[in-house]
Design a protein around this ligand. Structure first.
Ligand code: UDP
Ligand code: MG
Length: 158
């Protein structure tokens, strides 16, 4: 039985500053994933440390914490079949210089440090990261599809 997954995506501060919010959201939407949560926020110290706990102690960690707090991010939760790996595929590998052309990182970034987008690396990471940035009541999975709304609208006309 196949199920949908949720993943945590963030347009990092450089992506926001460069005016790429729409472009990045578009890439996930055009794949067919559903955006079920989305907001702009300033990452707090607590959120930054929780988000990147796995990297604590690595040489790039201090700059990473500074970078993710250097301006607002756009945080989102997207949902769909195989969304965790699928979103990572759309983002491209961590280093934009070697990421596959056509991916977000290859198309819009040059260096690893400023790679404009984050995506969870596993279902477990996604669950953990979503909780850092979203309350349950900020995720919206209900909602009729457009074809249902069209029929309802036509039926309502007298
Ligand atoms: N990063 C960096 N230098 C490195 C590795 C990572 O500056 O050598 C930054 C980069 O912004 C990356 C983030 O740290 O996106 C998290 O690293 P990770 O290995 O988790 O890569 P990702 O999951 O984002 O592809
Ligand atoms: Mg990672």
């Amino acid at each position: 039985m196949h199920t949908e997954e949720r993943t945590f995506i963030a347009v990092k501060p450089d992506g926001v500053q460069r005016g790429l919010i729409g472009e990045i959201v578009k890439r996930f939407e055009q794949k067919g994933y559903k955006v079920i949560g989305l907001k702009m926020l300033q990452v707090t110290d607590e959120q930054a440390k929780a988000h990147y706990a796995e990297h604590e102690g690595k040489p790039f960690y201090p700059r990473l914490i500074k970078y993710i707090q250097s301006g607002p991010i756009v945080a989102m939760v997207i949902q769909g079949y195989n969304a965790v790996a699928g979103a990572r595929h759309i983002m491209g590998s961590t280093n934009p210089d070697t990421a596959e052309v056509g991916t977000i990182r290859a198309d819009f970034a040059q260096v690893m440090e400023y790679n404009i987008v984050h995506g969870s690396d596993s279902v477990a990471s996604a669950e953990r990261e979503i909780k850092i940035y979203f309350n349950d009541n900020e995720l919206f999975t209900e909602g009729k599809c457009m074809s249902e709304l069209v029929i309802e609208s036509l039926d309502a006309e007298v």
